[in-house]
Write a protein that binds this ligand. Structure first.
Ligand SMILES: Cc1cc2nc3c(=O)[nH]c(=O)nc-3n(C[C@H](O)[C@H](O)[C@H](O)COP(=O)(O)O)c2cc1C
Length: 202
């Protein structure tokens, strides 16, 4: 079966895109507004896209035709954010922070999470997340109601117990959550991870 995008409306396209491009990591983004209110929300249109310079990208939508989601607005106004990775332990909290609260509401408080100071940016890190990536705005490309936010990574905080004996981050110790289509998720564990070396050129 072939599904031609010219026959689909935006809602159907969203459903199809997010069902076939899987699994997606979740950028759990903390920001602080120009007024000083903490904000936290998850975004799975998210990827690391360059190492030199170190860049990641997140695609954030709008609340209405003219009103950007709080995370986009805050990054635009302050130029700073933190991407916190989502693990099994904080799954419920992540879900709470996806509720479209008003911008005066601090989602850290709503979800019972602990904000801790970052090194380079004003936006706080989520203490309960084992990986926090401090970023500054590199560029925002607005396409229709979407904001494609390119962030430059300034520093990464990793919890000590997820490092292996060589000092590398061991992903299988993290139990990171991935987003699938609809309300489905997947989990990275030691059991469902495997190694495959690249073949040598003959
Ligand atoms: C797992 C998950 C992934 C999401 N991914 C996105 C996304 O990539 N882009 C987006 O605009 N909204 C996404 N959302 C919805 C936002 O989290 C939601 O609109 C949130 O209220 C935005 O908060 P803010 O206004 O504080 O920025 C996602 C929600 C969940 C639960």
């Amino acid at each position: 079966m072939e599904i031609d995008f010219k026959d689909l409306n935006p809602k159907q396209i969203y459903k199809l895109m997010t069902s076939v491009i899987v699994p997606r990591p979740i950028a759990w983004i903390s920001t602080v507004s120009a007024e000083g209110i903490n904000n936290l929300a998850p975004f799975s249109y998210f990827a690391g896209v360059s190492s030199d310079p170190p860049l990641l990208i997140v695609s954030i939508g709008s609340k209405s035709e003219t009103v950007k989601k709080d995370t986009w607005k805050n990054i635009e106004e302050t130029g700073e954010f933190v991407v916190n990775m989502v693990t099994r332990d904080v799954l419920e909290e992540m879900n709470i922070t996806s509720i479209p609260f008003d911008e005066e509401i601090d989602e850290f408080e709503k979800a019972g999470l602990t904000p801790v100071s970052s090194k380079y940016v004003k936006a706080p890190r989520v203490k309960e997340s084992p990986v926090n990536i401090e970023c500054k705005k590199y560029e925002i490309i607005q396409i229709g109601k979407m904001g494609l936010i390119l962030g430059e990574v300034l520093t990464v905080h990793v919890r000590d117990d997820i490092l292996n004996e060589k000092g590398y981050v061991d992903t299988t110790k993290l139990e990171i959550i991935g987003r699938l289509g609809g309300a489905n998720y997947c989990l990275i564990t030691k059991e469902n991870s495997f190694e495959m070396k690249r073949p040598d050129k003959e």
